[in-house]
Design a protein around this ligand. Sequence first.
Ligand code: GLN
Ligand code: ZN
Length: 747
Amino acid sequence: MVKVSNLGYPRLGENREWKKLIESYWSGKLSQADLLAEMKSLRRTFLKKQADAGLDLIPVGDFSLYDHILDLSYQFNIIPRRFAKEAHDLGLYFAIARGNKDNVASAMKKWFNTNYHYILPEWSKQKPSLKSNRLLELYLEAKELVGDKAKPVITGPITFVALSSGIEDYTAAIKSLLPLYRQIFQELVEAGASYIQVDEPIFVTDEGHSYLEAAKHVYAYFAKQVPEAKLIFQTYFEALVDPEILGNLPVAGLGLDFVHGLEENLAAVKAGYFSDKEIFAGVIDGRNVWGADLEASRDLVLEISDKVKAVHIQPSCSLLHVPVTKKGETGLNPLLKNGLAFADEKLEELRLLADQLETGFSSPKFTQKVADFKALQAADFRNLALEDLGKIPQKRHLDFKDRYPLQQEKLGLPVLPTTTIGSFPQSSEVRRIRRAWKGQEISNQAYEDFIKSEIARWIKIQEDLDLDVLVHGEFERVDMVEFFGQKLAGFATTKGGWVQSYGSRAVKPPIIYGDIQHIQPLTLKETVYAQSLTKRPVKGMLTGPITITNWSFERNDISRPDLFNQIALAIRKEIELLEDAGIPIIQVDEAALREGLPLRKDKQQAYLDDSVRAFRLATSSVKDTTQIHTHMCYSNFSEIIESIRALDADVISIETSRSHGEIIEAFETATYPLGIGLGVYDIHSPRVPSLDELISNIERPLHQLSLDQFWVNPDCGLKTRKERETVAALKNLVAATKIVRHKFGKD
Ligand code: GLN
Ligand code: ZN
């Protein structure tokens, strides 16, 4: 029998109940006992929903009060040293994630190539021990409700260690965990568990190669110590790095991603590496919102089943990365809505698929889904022929060294020009008026007038501060991607399409469902208005094609490069409008460029090349004297510095405060030749930086970079800061810049 399994279910709840409960507990409105009781009831709802959807194996232990990696660290008593004196309770658990009055939080890191972030375990010479068998408790709770369908899920020891910090000897760290996992597995087996899903996604990354020996030892140890446990060695997001070795591990099942690692995983199946294994085949995309091509999935399962002991079906990864249900999305075009599948609809698809495979008969529902899928593919909003790119310039007319002096002269800028990254504080007033406008309590005109008054107020503040390049402040945007999604053709925004980003923080990515087209000005009105109020240059603010794609749910019926290019051409139109309207500087933010870097080295260069081409497609048509800026948030730049340079943006501003000088080194070794602003203070903290600190941050990179090339700006947008601290910090920033200019005799 083909079993239907799931790897993980979204935590947020249909109406983000999970988030609201946690936040009311944090704010003291909900007692701990009530929080725990409510959470238990949510967990039960999730289990019940999955059982009703006809699943054979339902994940248990994927639920969390914050993050599943934090759950593991906490359970293994891997507590950051600075918290050592604090009582081990729920307060400590949340404090590690969020910080408290005495201690800073642990760092947050991106979960592989998703937009989910986990809390970084800090080992620093600690020896792990088992606080309690959390998974057993959850299993017993689930078993009561769904019986032997309950499938415990835990991140495996190798991935846990590989994702940790503060470890000197990785082998020793893994070894120290083994008896703890053994005990967890043993107790689960005794309680009646059969399959146990052990997530080891590190084995789809390049880093996985260095843990192959460890994998042999670890899984041989479990096979010997707990022979009754039917472990599923679960991977996702890419193909196994070494199917020969990993296919030989003494485990009952292998969980493989046949969406993102299709070619390689399928080749490994066909090569016979998994002939004695039960394969848990991820045949439905677990991290995008599209309905599956069920006929193709069926054929794929049949192809796999010939070569393995048994095949079961599941999403390609945990459904943590998609919204809960499309049920409430009443505002969408029916063609689009029928073609969507959020978490609940994906489970339904899997059931239909399994039934089809069982009986060889396509039920009416199955046939309907196939028709929905085909109708969306054929929709007329999906058939735009891309313009002939050969005819569009992808290179600026003059080289940087020849055009930059022309720009600086036209702009009349001093050395070390000062500017900001774009957004200014979105006060509670801004948010209140926006809500009123969305709720149709105030007219479009009233809303626009309000935005204008905020722009005017901040132009004045910036002039008083004596900043050199001004911005309009982005008051009209809640989000730098959704805003563009709402104005370009081809995007849909949902009502409830939320996914967890970290902790209680959720994002609602727009859906790119059709051809992207520029059908109305995006930012022209606000930018031109701001420029009309001042003689100083105002910088137009746009989000770039790569970031728009990476922070959206993207179409999967055309190639990524084609999608990048479509968006790039739309952004290009807006740039041309801004330029024609006399805006002298245009910033195209690529905050998420580094984020989208593929997991595997062999795919990275193509992605970077596609990104560079799209960025240049968007930005190369401007006059020599129009200055193009870009901005990137903190990333590991050293490995992509060549591509950053290839963007050929006149000025890049980047976040540096969290990098301990590494970023400056990266730019030093590569002798970065273009304009650059290395953020001089951290905008994540309300702290106002002192003059001395700013002076030293401004001067530090001047050892490597020429005075003419350097800009002075904060690390990132100021949207989340308060007005008072923002003005105070910028005042110091301008004063510090003037002092440094004076030192160099350039005032
Ligand atoms: N221009 C955007 C802002 O200032 C950039 C945000 C970002 O880098 N994440 O808000
Ligand atoms: Zn940023």
